[in-house]
Design a protein around this ligand. Structure first.
Ligand SMILES: Nc1ncnc2c1ncn2[C@@H]1O[C@H](COP(=O)(O)OP(=O)(O)OP(=O)(O)O)[C@@H](O)[C@H]1O
Length: 544
């Protein structure tokens, strides 16, 4: 090539190269920034939603659909993030183009531009109303989606029960039914989404036609040159393309808005038991009183569980709640843990109503050993440390020795580092219960709630767990909820609950109640196989 031509080309080529490099750098910066911003917003939403869920009322989780909540929040935030990124990239581009073209239109013919713009509010109002309807449809479709996911999650989590009951087909039928409803409602949404986009296009097309009609009249009157009308029409076409892109983005924002609305609903949840509110007394003795307490579960407000329920557990005493199944024994424990608040009456701790106390502080004073203790799928050590995050390895080991758990833990190749599986599935019932006792020991609470703590254990495990419990109970206020009367004989007082909701049939020590030959005597006789004698060994029979 001729040197002069090369020289002439060098300068523009350099400028072009600089432009390309600048373009590349800007694209890189833009993409990276949008990703970082999207992730930052997503991260904050995830944390806020999780925070709101972790502190929300237990009644909320009693509802059937709560199983798939976490998954739903995740999908909703992901949908919002995706649309957010698109809005920032494509939306900005289309909006800039629309503004540029609008400027061009005004300079070509303000009159025609006015005609074009004056039709917009009508189209906007119509489409906005349709958009609202679309959000309702989207919400409905998402609710079916959540139900179907919840059913699947529940079946998978309870696989053993499903297999043992041969319930595979029944579960599949339920799942398919929910999926069919979800597909039908998503199709309905798709149909209206199609109509929405079709209407948007038709509205824009009609606007162009109106411009052409009015422009023709201007040209025929000599108020506008044919060339300007042509230029105006071309600019209108560009505007149509830009608006079309914006319309499609609007469609996506409909989905994103309903997704973010669901997440914001969760973030905005306000628990009935407030967090970090109320007093934190310096010391606690452990005197518990239930006074005239009425309670029904929020999910079943018409079924009273406790009515005018009274219970006095002096500090350091062991009180056992016994009675047939479903009489509200575990509910008493749930109220003492302040999982729920009573609908009437008051519960006091050391003379202070629970509603005046900081709920977290109050729960710290209680060690709760449930029938089937929950473990998380992490190591034994981390599971125990949940009870007291500051506990050292040596303190954890000491607690396990006291809970008769150290020996079985030491036999695992990984020792305290052993991962216990989802919900502790890799451990036996007795092992899980001993870990639960170790948790209570680490927590060193003033009050203990033992909810059927030694049920469903074999004799050897029961002996170990009972020995650990006896050590733990010394010097504390203890509420024992028991089916098996053998475990409550030594309680300072036994409270017998009856079939009338929350009704205390009788109370007293084992010997007093046996001498009375009333409800307890009857239960005891049935449980120990009809012997009924006051000096019986307590048997291991069950009440219900
Ligand atoms: N989360 C809940 N939501 C709605 N109702 C509930 C809930 N938990 C328990 N109930 C109902 O409250 C009543 C009392 O139940 P609770 O578990 O307190 O009885 P219980 O005496 O401890 O029974 P069991 O000895 O069988 O464990 C029952 O009728 C039960 O169906």
């Amino acid at each position: 090539m001729d040197a002069s031509v090369v020289e002439a080309l060098q300068s523009p080529a350099r400028k072009l190269l600089a432009l390309f490099v600048a373009n590349g750098l800007l694209t890189f910066a833009h993409t990276t920034l949008v990703t970082i911003l999207g992730e930052r917003i997503g991260g904050r939403l995830h944390a806020q939603a999780m925070d709101a869920l972790l502190w929300h009322d237990l009644a909320f989780f009693d509802s059937a659909q709560s199983g798939s909540l976490a998954a739903r929040v995740s999908t909703d935030i992901a949908e919002f993030q995706l649309t957010f990124k698109k809005l920032v990239t494509q939306g900005l581009k289309s909006a800039t183009l629309t503004v540029g073209v609008a400027w061009q239109l005004v300079s070509l013919s303000p009159q025609l531009t006015f005609t074009l713009v004056s039709t917009m509010p009508v189209a906007y109002v119509g489409l906005a109303m349709y958009g609202r309807f679309l959000r309702v449809l989207r919400k409905e479709s998402k609710e079916w989606e959540a139900l179907a996911t919840g059913l699947a999650a529940e079946a998978i989590a309870n696989m053993r029960t499903v297999r043992a009951l041969n319930a595979e087909d029944a579960e599949l039928a339920l799942y398919c039914e929910a999926r069919a409803e979800q597909a039908a409602s998503t199709n309905r949404f798709g149909l209206h989404m199609g109509a929405f986009r079709g209407l948007t296009n038709a509205a824009i097309g009609s606007m162009v036609l109106l411009v052409l009609y009015n422009g023709g009249r201007l040209v025929s009157r000599g108020d506008m040159s044919p060339g300007d009308l042509m230029a105006f029409m071309i600019a209108t076409q560009s505007a149509q393309k830009a608006l079309d892109a914006l319309g499609s983005l609007m469609g996506q924002t409909v989905r994103a808005r309903s997704a973010i609305a669901r997440v914001l609903d969760i973030i905005g949840l306000s628990p009935a038991v407030p967090r970090a509110a109320g007093v934190q007394p310096e010391s606690v003795k452990g005197h518990v009183r239930f006074m005239d307490v009425d309670f029904s579960y929020p999910s079943r407000p018409d079924a009273p569980v406790l009515q005018h329920f009274n219970l006095d557990v002096p500090a350091g005493q062991v009180v056992a709640l016994v009675g047939p199944s479903g009489t509200g024994k575990s509910t008493v424990a749930a109220l003492l843990e302040r999982f729920y608040d009573p609908s009437a009456g008051e519960i006091w701790l050391d003379g202070l109503p629970l509603t005046h106390l900081d709920a977290s502080w109050q729960r710290q004073q209680i060690g709760y050993i449930p029938q089937d203790p929950a473990l998380f799928s992490t190591s034994i050590r981390e599971n125990l440390r949940l009870a007291r995050p500051a506990a050292t390895d040596a303190e954890i080991e000491d607690a396990c020795r006291l809970a008769s758990a150290h020996d079985f833990i030491s036999q695992f190749p990984e020792g305290y580092g052993t991962i216990v599986g989802e919900r502790g599935a890799l451990l036996s019932g007795g092992q899980r219960q001993r870990l639960s006792i170790a948790r209570a020991i680490l927590r060193n609470p003033r009050i203990l709630i033992l909810d059927e703590a030694t049920s469903s254990l074999d004799a050897e495990s029961e002996r170990l767990v009972q020995a650990a419990l006896d050590r733990l109970m010394r010097g504390r206020t203890v509420l024992v909820i028991a089916h098996r009367l053998s475990t409550v004989r030594n309680a300072d007082r036994i409270v017998v609950m009856g079939a009338v909701p929350g009704h205390v049939v009788e109370h007293g020590s084992h010997d007093e109640l046996m001498a009375k030959q009333g409800a307890y005597y009857k239960l005891y006789s049935q449980a120990s196989g009809g012997g009924g004698g006051g000096g019986g060994d307590g048997g291991a029979g069950e009440l219900a």
